[in-house]
Ligand binder design. Structure first.
Ligand code: BG6
Ligand code: MG
Length: 215
């Protein structure tokens, strides 16, 4: 099946927000006296905000009510938004812009498929708010990765069947979601080498899209 559309995850594929997420969760966790480190932060990759909070709270000494959890997630997000306000075009990851240009030249549609509710803000910060044919994000879905919902929505918005779409992901949960949605996946960054990914590369600059498209 020909690749007619490419759906990109945002965090870790197009822009590196890892450290901002880490610093925001760390600040909130420290204030609550909850142990949190970069290894735990790795488990939050591709996972929704509330599911991430549950992972952070595994180390909490007390239990929190649903209302308190909402407040904790809100506080973390306030810290996070403060940090991502300093993102700019310079934070776009290596190879991303060239990849979009190549795909456009080939008439291939491009979309975002991200769990993040901050997707519109991040895209604006890095100057890519008008760069995509469709944006499927955490604001439009109920089930986050590894559920395929966000990618199926992306394909639908592009007007393409899943089998004609390629997903680009840095999270294992995202590769799982792509496969569950009947799409091929290119694993980059932390997901490079994921056995379920059809293709693998360190980053977009090394992905060899010409070869993938000729497949
Ligand atoms: C994903 C990140 O893109 O978005 C996760 O990889 C994050 O780490 C998730 O938890 C939700 O993000 P937000 O911006 O809605 O809190
Ligand atoms: Mg990601």
């Amino acid at each position: 099946m020909k690749i007619l559309g490419v759906i990109f995850d945002l965090d870790g594929v197009i822009v590196s927000t890892d450290n901002c997420h880490y610093l925001a969760w760390k600040r909130m966790a420290d204030e609550e006296g909850i142990y949190f480190d970069r290894k735990i932060n790795e488990r939050l990759r591709g996972v929704s905000r509330m599911e991430s909070l549950e992972i952070v709270l595994e180390r909490a000494q007390k239990s929190y009510t649903a209302e308190q959890k909402q407040a904790l997630a809100q506080r973390k997000n306030d810290y996070y938004v403060e940090l991502i306000k300093s993102l700019s075009k310079a934070d776009i990851l290596s190879g991303a812009l060239d990849t979009f240009e190549l795909l456009r030249r080939r008439g291939i549609k491009i979309a975002i498929g991200s769990s993040s509710k901050n997707t519109p803000l991040i895209l604006k910060q890095i100057g890519l708010e008008n760069a995509f044919d469709a944006v499927a994000d955490g604001n439009a879905i109920t089930h986050s990765k590894p559920d395929p919902e966000v990618f199926l929505l992306g394909a639908k918005l592009l007007g393409l069947p899943p089998e004609n779409c390629l997903v680009v992901e840095d999270a294992d949960a995202g590769i799982e979601a792509a496969v569950a949605g009947g799409m091929r996946a290119l694993g980059v960054g932390s997901a490079a080498g994921n056995p379920n990914a059809t293709y693998s590369a360190e980053n977009l600059a090394k992905a060899g899209f010409e070869t993938i498209l000729a497949d």
